[in-house]
Design a protein around this ligand. Structure first.
Ligand SMILES: Nc1nc2c(ncn2[C@@H]2O[C@H](COP(=O)(O)OP(=O)(O)OP(=O)(O)O)[C@@H](O)[C@H]2O)c(=O)[nH]1
Ligand SMILES: [Mg+2]
Length: 192
């Protein structure tokens, strides 16, 4: 995967792209670094909008990769400062997207490596299993952890999700340091 371009922001499912292509979807809590992942993975500073304040991504953002694959950056969950109406709208949009799209090859579930998974992370994981989607968990911001903290987190995450195996369906990542990029490139190449 090399070239990426922004395709469109989708706020309602009538506006999904007509052309069907395999999809890689980025999901997880607000502020964990989903949009930053796109910028760092493709060395394209600013192609995805990021913010230190949670709730930056507010629609389904479609990117076209190498003319044959969509990457979809979803709004994050667990952000308390948005209105209930807006939160319900996002939830509907995301749920409907998952139920409509029959071309998702992989869901990347992002979790901040500094914190244990939340109840919403557990819900998402259960949901991905229930709908039988291929998924991986990406622990983000590992540049912020000491080696000992990282070792603890690797053990901790497996208590929550026992199916995880490092390098197979669990990956460590840092957008600022480029850690984990090679491993993920390999994983994506194998799969797509
Ligand atoms: N140190 C460090 N900071 C990061 C990393 N990834 C993201 N950040 C920072 O975390 C904040 C949130 O990043 P975003 O990429 O906007 O997070 P998001 O998951 O897209 O958030 P929503 O759009 O609200 O769902 C920004 O301030 C980023 O600079 C990382 O690997 N290391
Ligand atoms: Mg975002």
């Amino acid at each position: 995967m090399e070239k990426i371009k922004f395709l469109r922001s989708v706020n309602n499912l009538y506006h999904l792209p007509d052309l069907k292509l395999p999809e890689l979807v980025l999901c997880g809590r607000s502020n964990v670094g989903k949009s930053s992942f796109i910028n760092s993975f493709f060395n394209r500073k600013g192609i995805a909008k990021t913010s230190s304040t949670p709730g930056k991504t507010r629609s389904l953002n479609y990117y076209l990769v190498d003319e044959y694959l969509y990457i979809i950056d979803l709004p994050g969950y667990g952000y308390s400062k948005i209105s209930k109406t807006e939160r319900n709208r996002w939830q509907k949009l995301i749920e409907n997207y998952f139920s409509i799209s029959d071309n998702i090859k992989l869901a990347c579930h992002f979790i901040d490596s500094r914190y244990n998974p939340t109840s919403l992370d557990v819900l998402l994981n259960n949901y991905l299993k229930k709908i039988e989607l291929n998924y991986i968990i990406i622990l983000t911001k590992v540049d912020k952890l000491k080696q000992s903290e990282l070792a603890r987190m690797k053990k901790e995450i497996i208590k929550f999700f026992p199916e995880l195996i490092l390098g197979e369906n669990l990956f460590l990542y840092s957008s600022t340091k480029g850690i984990g990029k090679k491993d993920l490139q390999k994983k994506f190449n194998k799969l797509l």
